[in-house]
Ligand binder design. Structure first.
Ligand code: DX5
Ligand code: ZN
Length: 242
């Protein structure tokens, strides 16, 4: 990977130029946060690129009190799977690393509204990298704060737990935010998909689907199960039946 200190940000064209085709919703997104990183190839192998996304949770121990991985791991995932790589940045100043994640192979880069001083500029910067752009909101952030940024957005990610850790219980109160986002999209148009992230399993995914969500991010309910492949299949079934 290129050392960003050696080349000014504006210099090179974004690489890779490819924008992965996006499966049609509803989409299950397998969050590797709960995967066995010593068997990453096997963990990614359960994902069906025609149906699912791979969700990568990047944490910096500042924006959230936990530390995970950076572009090198995303680059490894990119080599191991052709699936759509959905990168969720839970980091301060996401604009400073977006290009590195794009070059590592991210098909979509989601930043937190709460982590951006100028969300409009950050989202424009992500789009300029020839990748899809997402905006995430923490449970305490009202939808109203995201409304000015929905135009041209590819993903609105509604956190259904406090970001930072896998395996937390789903916050049912967030379904109202999902419903309101769906209603806004129906009224005003917009190509953005609505994702839920945190505490998602077959039961909560059905409820979120009924509320209007399109993308269902699940870590614990997939990778912390005895048979992750069957667990992902069950999640797919739940979001298609709902
Ligand atoms: C949490 C992350 C989630 C996490 C969800 O901050 O954004 O993507 O993997 O994990 P589960 O599905 O275990 O709640
Ligand atoms: Zn996430």
């Amino acid at each position: 990977m290129r050392d960003p200190r050696r080349a000014p940000h504006a210099a090179a064209p974004p690489e890779p130029a490819r924008v992965a085709p996006r499966p049609a919703p509803p989409i299950a997104a397998a969050s590797i946060l709960s995967a066995d990183f010593s068997r990453l190839a096997e963990s990614l192998g359960i994902v069906d690129p025609s149906l699912d996304w791979i969700h990568c949770d990047v944490m910096d121990n500042h924006f959230v009190p936990n530390l995970t991985f950076g572009p090198l791991l995303v680059e490894a995932a990119r080599r191991l799977s052709p699936a759509f790589l959905d990168v969720h940045l839970m980091i301060e100043r996401p604009e400073s690393l977006a290009r590195q994640f794009r070059e590592a192979g991210a098909d979509q880069i989601t930043v937190h509204l709460e982590a951006c001083r100028d969300p409009r500029a950050v989202l424009e910067g992500v789009r300029a990298l020839n990748t899809r752009a997402g905006l995430a909101v923490k449970p305490g952030t009202p939808l109203a704060a995201a409304l000015p940024h929905l135009d041209g957005l590819d993903l609105l990610l509604v956190m259904t737990v406090e970001p930072g850790f896998g395996g937390q219980p789903f916050m049912p109160g967030m379904l109202e935010k999902v419903q309101a986002a769906r209603a806004w999209r129906e009224r005003n148009g917009g190509r953005f998909l609505i994702a839920v992230d945190g505490g998602i399993g077959p039961g909560t995914a059905s409820a979120a689907r009924a509320a209007g969500a399109d993308v269902f991010v699940a870590g614990h309910a997939v990778y912390a199960q005895p048979d992750p492949r069957a667990a992902l299949r069950a999640l797919r079934g739940a979001i298609r039946e709902a």
